[in-house]
Design a protein around this ligand. Sequence first.
Ligand SMILES: O=C(O)CCC(=O)C(=O)O
Ligand SMILES: [Fe+2]
Length: 273
Amino acid sequence: MPLDCRTIKNARRQLLEEGFCLVDGKLPSGRLEMLQAWSDEWLRRVKHSAKWKYQGSDIHISGRRNVSKRDPGVPKDAVVDDLIEHPAKIMAALGIGDLRSGGTFQIISKPPGAPALYWHQDWARWDDPISMSPWPQQVFLNWYLTDTTSENGCLRVIPGSHRQRLDLHSHLVAPHEGGGYDVKETNDWMFCDHPQAVDVPVPAGHLLIGDARVLHGTRANASTERRTVLLGWYYRKSNAVPAGWEGEVPAEIARRDPNLPFRWNREPGAYLR
Ligand SMILES: O=C(O)CCC(=O)C(=O)O
Ligand SMILES: [Fe+2]
């Protein structure tokens, strides 16, 4: 068993402490090949935007049964419903069964020669004390369709950065539409070789789960094959302490106004220490 493929209990501990974990995705036989052919077809059909330079591609597709509320206009495909629903048992075993899919998956695919993806985190509620939660409020589920390695553009993570401020945080440009699309490859902070960074190679068919707050990026794809990941977002609707939670509850969360309105802010402030 590869070192990163731990038991569910260890995986939960790692998700809470380090902000990511890796588990066996338990895909039925043939599913990986089907997803490869399916995503290749979308990649062939969709015109690639210049803003996808660092992600490789970012095609959003909604389910049919699980329709995206935020993006009702995106194309719908029943393959996405299977992707959304398949991990229910795994997530329940990890104690994150109360997170619900946002209704989409994204096809993020680095062609051969594609550059690295810059350091970033994807949490957008930094004005809310819930940002301090010791439990995950929002996670990404990544299905890599080929084995990923340091050579072909595997994920990189800074363990613990979901709940702890680092030097890097104050030097980063907000990701993607927030400014990341336009950063230069020479931007030393966005592409730095941080001493606390770890490469996370993933065997195809394993499931990488990441806390939205954790700092992550990718290696460049220096191989001759494309590296595709199917990435889906899952959210906790409630801002209350999860049922059965036995760990600490930050005072800021205990006294949080339950009627606090949602405000979009991707830049960590006072709630990241
Ligand atoms: O390509 C990957 O492995 C990760 C992509 C990602 O984190 C993003 O697009 O926000
Ligand atoms: Fe990301």
